[in-house]
Design a protein around this ligand. Structure first.
Ligand SMILES: *Cc1c(COP(=O)(O)O)cnc(C)c1O
Length: 381
């Protein structure tokens, strides 16, 4: 049996909507982009959403919008995808990497130690769709006067104290990449969470190559022209059409992922009770979207051996990330690399298992039986 790591979900209406979009208009901000934007705003109670070509571009837009510039410090976890950091570097800002805690989300005690007068923002990453204590982070933000950007790439449709992740900080960023829960291949969204008219206006301009095209289209400008720095961050209607079909089935997709997540949990409980591995720990404040299932082994060696054993048996299992503070790019920028204990430890012992809506329970049984083989044989040695 071969078990792939990820398979894209097919909702069913994608081709019909894409076909329809081809007859309407294929560039951005047409019928389908409007439908998806409204669906996102209504479903997640977002003040204003903008579809983008990726979460990466949403993060870049966020840093442009908040005016991150040379000399500004932005605190973020080291345990994240490079896009979180690139957005800051591209504006000339400085990435300050903080550690994570046992939930794999930002360790707010480490964040507190790293706040300085130059701290302009904190980018919080909602790892595996859980979060840190957002109430505490928002309290720190008002006390020390910095922005909060949520990298909610993995956290679409997940909540903290019944508020949707991505809608709590100043700006939220979603991903609709193929590997995420709801997808159009490559896509994302920028969420503006406060009634800040100037930010919304500026986001429209930045996203449309620095022009006032949105105003022009509404009939509020005689012609459209270059009014500010910007880029092209809007997706084609074909992608929006694809995404609409997916988001129309948001609950069905969530349910399928949940069943598989819970099945892993139930099957692996005996190993976790025996202390052979750990399974995800979710705080009572978080409702996750079942984006990811991972286990934490007791040592790096065990993790590497188990990963190899699974791969030899045609099961795709991986770990991530290479911590950003230890990356070649960060070494180019900083001669002194500090130790981030939890991050370095988790990266050594984590193993992610296949999880997607079409994964069968039989396939999960196979993955778990291989894990059982490995763990039992190991214990005999
Ligand atoms: C996937 C991911 C991204 C990048 O998303 P894209 O839509 O592929 O640009 C950024 N941050 C995190 C935490 C992610 O998991």
């Amino acid at each position: 049996m071969e078990v792939k790591f990820n398979k894209p979900y097919i909702a069913g209406n994608e081709l019909e909507y894409i076909h329809d979009a081809m007859h309407r208009k294929t560039s951005g901000d047409g019928y389908y982009t409007k439908q998806v934007t409204k669906l996102i705003e209504d479903t997640f109670h977002v003040h204003k959403a903008f579809l983008t070509t990726s979460c990466t571009s949403a993060l870049e837009m966020a840093c442009l919008l908040l005016g991150i510039k040379d000399g500004d410090e932005v605190i973020m976890p080291s345990f994240t995808f490079p896009s979180t950091a690139n957005a800051v570097l591209l504006r000339g800002g400085k990435c300050v990497f903080a550690d994570i805690d046992h939930t794999f989300n930002l360790d707010l005690n480490d964040v507190k130690r790293k706040i300085t007068s130059k701290t302009k923002a904190v980018i919080v990453v909602h790892y595996a769709s859980a979060s840190c204590d957002m109430d505490e982070l928002m309290a720190l933000a008002s006390k020390y006067d910095f922005y909060v950007i949520e990298d909610a790439a993995q956290a679409v449709n997940a909540t903290y104290k019944d508020k949707y992740l991505g809608t709590i900080g100043d700006i939220g960023c979603f991903s609709f990449h193929e590997t995420k829960n709801y997808s159009c291949g490559e896509g994302g969204a920028l969420l503006i969470n406060k009634k800040q008219h100037h930010l919304i206006k500026q986001a429209e301009i930045i996203r449309e190559k620095g022009t006032n095209r949105a105003d022009f289209n509404r009939g509020n400008a005689e012609f459209y022209t270059w009014v500010s720095i910007g880029s092209s961050y809007l997706p084609s209607e074909l992608l929006s059409a694809h995404l609409l079909a997916q988001l129309e089935q948001i609950e069905e997709i969530n349910q399928l992922r949940k069943e598989r997540f819970e099945y892993y949990k139930q099957k692996l409980k005996k190993f976790s009770d025996d202390g052979m591995l750990k399974i995800p720990h979710i705080t009572r404040h978080n409702h996750i979207n079942y984006h990811m299932f991972y286990v934490i082994l007791n040592s790096k060696n065990e993790r590497n051996e188990l990963m190899k054993f699974l791969q030899e048996n045609q099961v795709d299992a991986y770990f991530h990330y290479v911590p950003l503070h230890q990356s070649p790019q960060n070494r180019k920028l900083n001669s002194h690399i500090e130790t981030l204990k939890m991050t370095e430890d988790i990266v050594d012992r984590q193993l992610r298992l296949p999880l997607y809506p079409s994964l069968s329970l039989k396939e999960i049984d196979y993955v778990v039986s291989l894990m059982e083989d490995y763990l039992n044989n190991r214990n005999k040695k």
